[in-house]
Design a protein around this ligand. Structure first.
Ligand code: AMP
Length: 182
């Protein structure tokens, strides 16, 4: 079972993806967490990624696609994954679909965590991450609208998108997600 958790920056994908992966016995793969680990380790990839991240821009598709393909092949991803923060462009979505297909797998569910723009801005302002400076937040929301929203249309057209209300109590949102993953 491979599940995508889609949604705007600040929609709560990280929090919910950890819980969802735990309750379904799947591996949680978060590209933002992987990139932050590379930045912290001071690797070449981390140095490259950091400049994009601090501006609120996306790290180039080729880098991200290579990164996710490696993780999907790694041990522990066998029962399936909850992907959090990937795909963020239609190019990434197509690469993911065809990569999984080559292994006889597919995206079983694409779940869109719906949160109003007003609530997103409020949540992002209270988070305090290095890339949560006001300029970068504004840029991330624009990039999301331009480059990531088309990913929703991609999976909607494939008949695989489900929408879940992402506002309210964490436990209630999680219950809705578990139901949508069935
Ligand atoms: P996140 O933790 O998912 O909000 O990601 C933090 C930052 O990492 C994003 O603003 C991007 O700069 C970068 N990033 C994470 N995932 C991706 C991805 N799939 N494609 C491109 N950039 C990404």
């Amino acid at each position: 079972m491979n599940i995508l958790l889609l949604g705007a920056p600040g929609a709560g994908k990280g929090t919910q993806a950890v819980l969802l992966a735990g309750s379904l016995g799947l591996k949680h793969l978060a590209t933002g967490d992987m990139l932050r680990a590379e930045v912290k380790a001071g690797s070449e990839l981390g140095k490259l990624a950091n400049s994009y991240m601090l501006r609120g821009d996306l790290v180039p598709d080729d880098v991200m696609i290579r990164m996710i393909q490696e993780r999907l092949k790694a041990p522990g991803a066998g029962k399936g994954v909850v992907l959090d923060g990937f795909p963020r462009t239609v190019g990434q979505a197509r690469a993911l679909d065809s990569g999984l297909e080559r292994s006889g797998l597919r995206v079983d569910r694409a779940i869109y965590l719906v949160v109003s723009e007003e609530e997103l801005v409020k949540r992002l302002a209270g988070r305090g991450r290095a890339d949560d400076a006001p300029e970068a937040v504004r840029r991330r929301l624009v990039v999301y609208r331009d480059q990531t929203e088309p990913v929703l249309a991609h999976y909607r057209a494939a008949g695989r998108l489900k929408e879940v209300a992402g506002e309210g109590e964490i436990d209630d949102i999680q219950r809705r997600l578990v139901a949508a993953a069935k």
